[in-house]
Design a protein around this ligand. Structure first.
Ligand SMILES: Cc1cc2nc3c(=O)[nH]c(=O)nc-3n(C[C@H](O)[C@H](O)[C@H](O)COP(=O)(O)OP(=O)(O)OC[C@H]3O[C@@H](n4cnc5c(N)ncnc54)[C@H](O)[C@@H]3O)c2cc1C
Length: 398
């Protein structure tokens, strides 16, 4: 049972994966949570995501792993393939990850994991969600923090967590302008029905391809009825999206970006919805050295946005949620708790962000089997233990 003095009124800006996970963890620890989301309803768009054992361990602690597995896929194998021939260069059973790291490797649609998390939040904290609530900023003093919404409403609490993504209003209010920068890289993200593909093309495996200027991940979603294609391309730095960072582009551009790639890739591209080919601009953020004030902290992409080349941006947000909750239990005072949280997350999240950027370079430069093997081994294989063995529930907070 939580000591009443440590029971806090926590305001959370942003109901993405990070904000909702934090709200669940904090509510389960006995805090009162209110989460403010700019959108009119809870939900996510986008495509597939993978979650490595460090992240699925957190899903287990939140009590949602089984539901995620039932709607996602725990793949049979992870295969690194030659970009032009489909030849398998490296690979092995995905179950090895669970054997080594004690929690499964999971692939799941972004909307599905968000739905599972949202349902859990509404179960543990039924009145916690405020929709149509665009956060503009905050003010704080010794007695509390006040959240300012764009429509003029204000809410007070003991602390505020800015989980409002890469363009965070909370971060801007805390640290001044700190814009993400355009990397020139883009992501093509497609989800296609398995029934549109030749039988057996994509078994319940994760396929990774590294080729000239691009890197592709293919895996099944939604109990194997859909296939996710995420093609990360080093693009023309002149290519820009308008405000949204996402642009609808002609299918021919998608086809051209992967000309010369393997039969599997061509089959996936060929069944893509001609009117639904979206290119996402990939933005990066240099690690920041401070993301907490006395009563406000950041979590997830607002604190440490990363390129997706290690596929752990969402995983980091999940880990943050647990470490923040533990820090509030461990320290009596909020400013000390926020410092404890930040101190224990800065190095790891900067390392994941930096390794992700490095991986992008290695994977995009490899084209021969030898280069791909060397690139993948140096990027992923030599020692992933530091990434995958992390246990947010048990790591000592110093
Ligand atoms: C191509 C690509 C592939 C990826 N693949 C993976 C993967 O396989 N695995 C993985 O772990 N990660 C992956 N990521 C990273 C992952 O998507 C992010 O790290 C994760 O979504 C961050 O979650 P978040 O809750 O911090 O932020 P977000 O998901 O950005 O959520 C922020 C929320 O805050 C809301 N919001 C924003 N501003 C305001 C405001 N002012 N007021 C109120 N609400 C606001 C938004 O509407 C949103 O709901 C990928 C990213 C990309 C781009």
């Amino acid at each position: 049972m939580m000591n009443e003095e440590k029971k806090r009124d926590v305001l959370i800006a942003g109901a993405g994966i990070g904000g909702v996970a934090a709200a669940i963890a904090l509510a389960q620890a006995g805090h009162n949570v209110k989460i403010f989301e700019q959108a009119a309803e809870l939900g996510e768009i986008g495509a597939g995501m993978h979650f490595t054992p460090n992240a699925t361990r957190v899903l287990g602690a939140l009590g949602v792993l089984e539901d995620c597995i039932s709607i996602g896929v725990v793949p049979d194998e992870i295969q690194m393939r030659m970009f032009d021939t489909d030849e398998v260069i490296l690979g092995g059973p995905a179950s090895q990850l669970e054997e080594h790291f004690g929690s499964p490797y999971l692939v799941i649609h972004r909307a599905d994991i968000h739905n599972v998390l949202s349902a859990k939040l509404l179960e543990v904290a039924p009145d916690s969600v405020v929709l149509n609530a665009r956060v503009e900023g905050y003010s704080e003093d010794d007695s509390g923090v006040t959240l300012h919404l764009a429509d003029g409403r204000e809410f007070t609490g003991d602390l505020l967590v800015g989980a409002d993504g890469i363009k965070s209003a909370v971060r801007r209010c805390m640290n001044g302008e700190n814009e993400a920068h355009w990397t020139g890289d883009v992501a093509w993200r497609l989800v296609v029905p398995v029934s549109d593909l030749p039988a057996g093309l994509v078994e319940p495996n994760v396929l990774l391809y590294s080729g000239p200027g691009a890197h592709i991940t293919v895996y099944p979603l939604r109990d194997g009825t859909l296939v996710n294609f995420c093609g990360l391309v080093r693009s023309d730095p002149e290519w820009r999206t308008e405000d949204t960072w996402i642009a609808q582009e002609p299918w021919e551009m998608l086809k051209a970006d992967f000309a010369g790639w393997s039969d599997t890739i061509q089959a996936l591209v060929d069944v893509a919805d001609r009117d639904g080919c979206t290119r996402w601009a990939l933005y990066d953020h240099l690690p920041i050295s401070n993301w907490s004030s006395n009563r406000v902290t950041l979590l997830g992409d607002s604190a440490h946005a990363t390129l997706p080349y290690l596929g752990n941006g969402g995983g980091m947000a999940l880990e943050d949620a647990i470490v923040l909750t533990r820090a509030l239990s461990q320290e009596g005072e909020i400013p000390e708790a926020l410092q404890l949280y930040q101190r224990n997350r800065l190095e790891r999240t900067a390392m994941i962000r930096n390794e992700s950027a490095e991986n992008g370079r290695k994977l995009h430069d490899a084209t021969s089997a030898e280069e791909v093997s060397a690139g993948v081994l140096s990027a992923h294989g030599v020692d992933m233990g530091w990434l995958l063995s992390y246990d947010a529930m048990k790591v000592e907070l110093l």
